[in-house]
Design a protein. Structure first.
Length: 398
C-alpha cells in the first residue's frame, strides 16, 4: 500500500512539473528584438503639417508676404514632387491642422479674413496746402482673420471647396470620417468642439475652461467623436484626482457629451497627447521626479485592453499600423528592455511597434529622428515621420 501511494505521489508531482513547464512556455518572455534603422526620404522640407494618402505624401506650409497664403505640395513615395498648389484669395488665410480622407482628399482647417467693405468716398474740395506738403495715401490695414475655415483639395491639387463660419478661434486639431469633420478649436475662454457636416458648421460645444487642454481628436464613421487631453478641473461630473488628470471624452453624434473618463493617479500630472482612430492613446505621466510615456489601447467604452509605461522625456506620439498593430514614438531616458542595437544620442527618439495584444514586435530609430512633429501611417508606404528640422523619414520595407 505504501509503495503504491509513493508511486502515485511521484506521478502527481511529475504531472504537475510537466504542466508548469507547459504554462511557462506559453507565457514565456518574448525574444529580444534588434532595432532597425529608419530610411531617410526627404531633407530640408518646409512643412508645418504632413499627411499620407494611398498615392502621395501631402504637406502644407503657411507663407507670409503681402498676404498670408497656404502652400500645399504632393510627393510620390520616392520624394519626387507631383504637384504644388498655393491657396491665395487675395486676403489672408492660415492653416493650422490637416487630415486626409479615404479618397485621398486633403482637408485643411484654419482661419481666413473677410474682405473689408469699401469706405464711402469723401468729396475733395481742394483743401488749401500753402506749404506744398505731399500727403501720402495710408496703406490699407489687413482684415482680421475672424473666419474659421475649411479648405478641400482633391488628389490632383485642385481646390474644390472652401467653407467658412464667423468664429474668432484657432483650430488645434481635425479628424475626418465618411460622415463629416470634427474640429477642436481654442478661443480666449478655452476650447470647444465643432463639426462640419452636409456643408454646415454645428454650434460650438464648449469643453471645460482654460484649465482643460485637448490635444488630439478621433471621429468615428457613425459621427461619434473622441477627445483626448488633460484637465486640472472637475469635468463632466468627474472630479480632479491628481494635480492634472489625463482625460478621455466621448461626444455623441447628437453633439452631447456621453462619457468622461479621467486618470486616477493622486498627485500625478498626466496628459494624453496623441491618439489613433482605433483608440490607441499615448501621453506623459509625471509622478514626483519620475517621467514616463503611457501607452494604452482602449475599447470604445474607454476600457483599457492593454497598457505599458516607458521611462522617457514624456512627449509621445501615436500612429496606427498594419494588422491591428500600433506605433509609438518617444525619447527614452533609460535602456529599453528587450531591445538590442540601440545607441541613442541625446534628443534622439525611437519608434516602437506593438501587436494587437500589446507585445513589442519591432523598434526603429535614426540619428535624424530628433523632435518628431508628425507621425502617420499609410498602407501604401508604411510609417512616415516629419521632424521639426524638416526631415522626412520612413520605416524600411520588410
Amino acid at each position: 500500500m505504501i509503495a503504491r501511494k509513493n508511486s502515485h505521489n511521484k506521478f502527481v508531482i511529475l504531472l504537475a512539473i510537466a504542466m508548469m513547464a507547459t504554462l511557462t512556455d506559453a507565457h514565456a518572455a518574448p525574444k529580444n528584438i534588434s532595432a532597425k534603422s529608419l530610411v531617410p526620404l526627404m531633407q530640408d522640407v518646409k512643412a508645418e503639417g504632413l499627411n499620407v494618402s494611398k498615392k502621395a505624401i501631402l504637406t502644407y506650409e503657411n507663407l507670409f508676404g503681402l498676404t498670408a497664403d497656404i502652400k500645399v505640395r504632393a510627393f510620390d513615395f520616392a520624394g519626387t514632387e507631383l504637384w504644388s498648389k498655393t491657396i491665395d484669395s487675395g486676403l489672408d488665410e492660415v492653416a493650422t491642422a490637416s487630415a486626409v480622407d479615404a479618397e485621398g482628399t486633403l482637408w485643411l482647417a484654419g482661419n481666413s479674413a473677410v474682405a473689408a467693405l469699401p469706405e464711402s468716398a469723401t468729396a475733395d474740395l481742394g483743401a488749401l496746402n500753402p506749404d506744398g506738403v505731399e500727403v501720402e495715401n495710408p496703406k490699407p490695414v489687413r482684415a482680421d482673420m475672424n473666419n474659421l475655415t475649411i479648405w478641400q483639395i482633391n488628389s490632383y491639387g485642385e481646390l474644390v471647396n472652401q467653407s467658412s463660419t464667423p468664429n474668432v478661434a484657432l483650430v488645434d486639431a481635425i479628424s475626418v470620417s465618411a460622415t463629416g469633420i470634427s474640429l477642436i478649436a481654442s478661443n480666449e475662454n478655452g476650447q470647444f468642439l465643432t463639426t462640419f457636416t452636409a456643408g454646415k458648421f454645428s454650434s460650438d460645444l464648449k469643453i471645460g475652461t482654460l484649465k482643460t487642454k485637448l490635444n488630439s481628436i478621433a471621429r468615428s464613421p457613425d459621427g461619434t467623436t473622441y477627445l483626448f487631453g488633460a484637465s486640472s478641473e472637475n469635468l463632466g461630473g468627474t472630479k480632479l484626482v491628481g494635480r492634472v488628470d489625463g482625460i478621455l471624452i466621448k461626444v455623441a453624434k447628437t453633439g452631447t457629451i456621453s462619457s468622461v473618463v479621467r486618470s486616477s493617479a493622486p498627485k500625478a500630472i498626466r496628459n494624453w497627447q496623441s491618439a489613433t482612430s482605433s483608440l490607441f492613446v499615448t501621453g506623459s505621466v509625471r509622478s514626483g521626479s519620475t517621467i514616463e510615456s503611457a501607452l494604452t489601447k482602449f475599447n470604445s467604452s474607454f476600457k483599457p485592453t492593454w497598457t505599458t509605461r516607458i521611462a522617457s522625456t514624456g512627449a509621445t506620439l501615436a500612429a496606427s499600423g498594419p494588422n491591428a498593430s500600433v506605433y509609438a514614438v518617444l525619447e527614452p531616458t533609460s535602456a529599453l528592455k528587450g531591445v538590442t542595437g540601440l545607441k541613442l544620442i541625446k534628443g534622439q527618439s525611437v519608434v516602437l511597434q506593438f501587436d494587437s495584444k500589446g507585445l513589442l514586435i519591432s523598434a526603429f530609430t535614426s540619428a535624424d529622428l530628433i523632435s518628431p512633429v508628425v507621425f502617420t501611417y499609410s498602407s501604401a508606404t508604411g510609417l512616415v515621420i516629419l521632424t521639426s528640422g524638416g526631415k522626412i523619414l520612413k520605416i524600411p520595407s520588410i
